[in-house]
Design a protein. Structure first.
Length: 95
């Protein structure tokens, strides 16, 4: 599997979170079952549902995003990221 070369670098991970806070992005990653998935996702406050938090500490190396097509929260391990790209400045209107 050809993973993203910067996937384990803290600076790149920070940029990914910054982009997700501003844009809808596409992340291609390997799932736990070994299959590859392309997911459109975001962290834009105007799009994601209000959350209250779980009270648990955030795990290192893990990214939690809102899947804009399946309308739900998903978790991705940074070390399984294959590709990352910005799709849209603004997420399309809800269905």
């Amino acid at each position: 599997m050809n993973y993203h070369r910067e996937r384990n670098e803290a600076a790149w991970q920070g940029k990914v979170v910054d982009y997700l806070n501003r844009y809808e992005c596409n992340v291609q990653f390997e799932k736990a079952d070994g299959t590859v998935r392309d997911m459109k996702c975001t962290l834009q406050e105007s799009i994601v549902p209000e959350t209250k938090g779980t009270g648990k500490a955030k795990a290192a190396g893990v990214l939690t995003v809102f899947d804009t097509e399946k309308k739900g929260w998903r978790t991705i391990k940074f070390d399984k990221v294959i590709d990352f790209s910005i799709q849209n400045e603004y997420v399309r209107a809800a269905d």
